[in-house]
Ligand binder design. Structure first.
Ligand code: ADP
Length: 174
């Protein structure tokens, strides 16, 4: 069974096979976790992203991790929160599902997700975490991924994940 772990920290430092980026449709960089990943991966990442011709909301595309400890970066485009009536839940679930498909294609065993859409895109953190956990639990087994880290940038997000994961399996807090 795939292990789901909540951790607090900077996703760019994780030694996993793949980290997920919360990108925008251009894939040409932004602030938040996207900016941190591009800074840590180096300019080769930008060059690789330029060749991808953007990405639709709810979808994800893969590049190498370049100077990151992670071998791959899966660039997922989450929805901008507009009140919940514009298909935001399904689009966010799509990000997690597509990243697990990419994980299967790239034979990834360990991966890490940030809390996609909960920064500048303003998705309510609790609702986003429920979608993240439910989608990963539904699709992780088939993907062949053994360990999924949910990387929380702050204590509040970590508390949400720890609480939700406790309902399913024993969480590991680091
Ligand atoms: P979005 O545009 O999808 O909302 P953001 O990058 O603004 O993307 O925020 C997504 C989440 O990533 C937020 O919860 C934010 O706190 C978090 N975050 C920002 N920097 C990092 C980082 N270096 N590692 C992990 N999470 C991060």
């Amino acid at each position: 069974m795939t292990e789901l772990i909540a951790v607090q920290g900077d996703i760019t430092t994780l030694q996993v096979d793949a980290i997920v980026n919360a990108a925008n449709t251009s894939l040409l960089g932004g602030g938040g976790v996207d900016g941190a990943i591009h800074r840590a991966a180096g300019p080769e990442l930008f060059a690789a992203c330029e060749k991808l011709n953007g990405c639709a909301t709810g979808d994800a595309k893969a590049t190498p991790g370049f100077r990151l400890p992670a071998k791959w970066v899966f660039h997922a485009v989450g929805p901008v929160w507009q009140g919940g009536g514009r298909g935001e839940d399904e689009l966010l679930a799509g990000c997690y599902r597509r990243c697990l498909e990419l994980a299967r294609q790239h034979e990834v065993r360990s991966m890490a997700f940030p809390a996609i859409s909960t920064g500048v895109y303003r998705f309510p953190p609790d609702r986003a975490a429920r979608i993240a956990i439910e989608t990963v639990r539904t699709h992780a087994e088939r993907s062949g991924v053994e360990t999924v880290h949910f990387v929380c940038f702050n204590r509040e997000t970590l508390d949400i994940y720890v609480r939700l994961l406790r309902n399913f399996s024993p969480p590991v807090e680091r």
